[in-house]
Design a protein around this ligand. Structure first.
Ligand code: SF4
Ligand code: SF4
Length: 422
C-alpha cells in the first residue's frame, strides 16, 4: 500500500499561486478542479473525513498529473507524489469498480506488463490497418462514437513489429556504449523515434545496447493507482539495466526518448527509497535530446539545411519534472536554416497525458482544441514533441484539420537531416 504523504499536503498554504497554471481549473473555474482544492480533498480522504464516492473520484480523475502546479508552487508542495497516493487510496477503497476501471486494469495486466502480448496486439492492429478494414470502418462509422472509435482515431500507422536487437554497433570508431530504454507503448507504436535515436547515436560513435529484460517504466500503473504493480515493474528495470552495466564497461548512460517515461524513471529513488540500485540507476539517465546535444560531433557528419518553420511542443513531463525543455531546441539548432518556434502556451498541458484522452475525452478534446488553435495561427510545416503520448494526441487532432502536418520526435527530425560521410 502506497502511504499518503500527509506532510506534503500540510505544506500547502492555500495561496492559490498555482491556479493560473492548472489547465482543469482554467477550464472549469471550479475550486475542486484546482491543485489546492484537490490537495484538500485528498487530505480529507486520507483522514477519513469524507467518503470515497463517484464525485470525489471524478475530481481526482480529471487531474492530468501534468504537475504544472508543482513547478510554480512557492511552498514546494510535491503534488506528483500526492496525486499518485490519492489514486492509490481511491483504488484501495473503491467498493464498486466501474467498467472503464476494469478494462484499464485488464489492459495494464495483460498488455502493458507483457510485451509479448502487446506486440501480438500491435501485429493484429497493423493487419487491420493494412488490409483496408480500418478505412472501411472509418468510412462507414462502424465504431460509432465509442471509446473504441477514440482508440482507432489515435492509432498511429504501425510499423512491422520486429524484436529489438540487443546490440546496435557504432558506425566507425566507437566512442562509448549507451543503453536504450524503449518503453512499452513507445516500443510498438513509436518505433521511428527509437530507430532514429539508435541511428543518430551509432553515427556519433556510440554502441547502443537494448537490455531485453527491460519493461514498462510504471507510469501508467502509477497514474491508475496501482502503486505496488508499478514498483514491481520498476524493480524489473533496475535489475535489467544493472545486469547490462555488469556485462559491459559498467556505469554506462541510459538514454530515454519519451519524456513521460523519463520523468518516471528519474523518480525511482522516490518510489523505491530502500532499493540500493535506485539512485545509481537515476544517476545514469539522460534524455536523448540532451545527450546528443552535449555529445562530441564527429568530423564528416553533415546536416542538411531545412528552411522550414517547426513548432516545438514542450511536454509537461519534460518541463515540469525533467526540467529539460531547452534541449530539443539545442538539438534542432544543429540543422541549418531551421526556424524553431515554441508553441504558444507550452506551460499548459495538451491533454494527451497517458490514457487521459480515453478516460477524460471531453477535457482532453478541449485542451487539444486550444493547441490546434495555436497551430492554426502559427501555420508551421512540422511539429516536434518529445513525448509519444502528446505527439499521438496532437497528431490525432491535426489529422482532422491539417493532415499534411506531421508530428515527430526531435531526434527523428535530426536523423532525417543527417548526411554521413558528406
Ligand atoms: S501554490 Fe502551492 S501552496 Fe499555494 S495553493 Fe498551490 S499547492 Fe498550495
Ligand atoms: S497536476 Fe496539472 S491538472 Fe492536476 S492539479 Fe496540478 S496543474 Fe492541475
Amino acid at each position: 500500500m502506497v502511504a499518503f504523504p500527509r506532510d506534503q499536503a500540510d505544506r500547502c498554504v492555500l495561496c492559490g499561486l498555482c491556479l493560473p497554471s492548472c489547465p482543469t481549473y482554467l477550464k472549469t473555474e471550479d475550486e475542486n478542479e484546482s491543485p489546492r482544492g484537490r490537495i484538500a480533498l485528498m487530505r480529507a480522504m486520507a483522514s477519513n473525513e469524507i467518503p470515497v464516492n463517484a464525485k470525489l473520484q471524478a475530481h481526482l480523475d480529471l487531474c492530468l498529473a501534468c504537475r504544472a502546479c508543482e513547478n510554480v508552487c512557492p511552498s514546494l508542495v510535491e503534488y506528483g507524489a500526492l496525486i499518485e497516493a490519492g489514486h492509490a487510496l481511491l483504488t484501495s477503497r473503491h467498493h464498486k469498480p466501474t467498467l472503464p476501471r476494469l478494462l484499464g486494469s485488464f489492459a495494464l495486466s495483460y498488455l502493458v506488463e507483457r510485451p509479448r502480448n502487446l506486440r501480438a496486439l500491435a501485429r493484429l492492429l497493423r493487419l487491420y490497418q493494412r488490409s483496408g478494414l480500418q478505412r472501411l470502418v472509418r468510412a462507414t462509422g462502424g465504431l460509432g462514437f465509442t471509446g473504441l472509435a477514440r482508440l482507432d482515431a489515435a492509432l498511429p500507422r504501425l510499423a512491422p513489429q520486429k524484436h529489438w536487437r540487443t546490440v546496435y554497433p557504432a558506425l566507425g570508431a566507437m566512442r562509448s556504449r549507451v543503453a536504450l530504454f524503449t518503453g512499452c507503448v513507445g516500443g510498438v507504436a513509436d518505433r521511428e523515434t527509437l530507430r532514429s535515436a539508435i541511428g543518430v547515436l551509432n553515427l556519433l560513435g556510440y554502441e547502443v545496447r537494448v537490455p531485453p529484460e527491460q519493461t514498462c517504466c510504471g507510469a501508467l500503473h502509477l497514474h491508475a493507482g496501482y502503486g505496488e504493480q508499478a514498483h514491481t515493474l520498476m524493480r524489473g528495470n533496475l535489475a535489467a539495466f544493472a545486469k547490462d552495466a555488469e556485462s559491459g564497461d559498467g556505469g554506462r548512460v541510459i538514454v530515454h526518448t519519451a519524456s513521460g517515461c523519463g520523468a518516471t524513471l528519474a523518480e525511482y529513488p522516490r518510489h523505491l527509497p530502500a532499493e540500493p540500485g535506485a539512485n545509481t540507476f537515476a544517476g545514469r539517465l539522460a534524455d536523448i535530446s540532451q545527450f546528443i546535444s552535449q555529445a562530441p560531433w564527429p568530423e564528416g557528419l553533415a546536416v542538411e539545411p531545412l528552411p522550414m518553420t517547426v513548432a516545438v511542443h514542450e511536454p509537461c513531463s519534460l518541463r515540469n519534472v525533467l526540467h529539460a525543455e531547452k534541449w530539443p531546441y539545442a538539438l534542432l539548432a544543429r540543422i541549418p536554416e531551421i526556424h524553431l518556434v515554441p508553441l504558444a502556451d507550452n506551460h499548459l498541458c495538451c491533454g494527451g497525458a497517458g490514457a487521459y484522452p480515453l478516460t477524460q475525452p471531453a477535457m482532453a478534446k478541449s485542451l487539444l482544441a486550444d493547441k490546434l488553435g495555436h497551430l492554426q495561427r502559427l501555420d508551421p510545416d512540422l511539429v516536434v514533441s518529445a513525448n509519444i503520448g502528446c505527439a499521438l494526441h496532437l497528431a490525432t487532432g491535426l489529422a482532422r484539420e491539417r493532415p499534411t502536418i506531421e508530428v515527430i520526435h526531435p531526434v527523428t527530425l535530426l536523423r532525417r537531416q543527417l548526411r554521413p560521410g558528406a
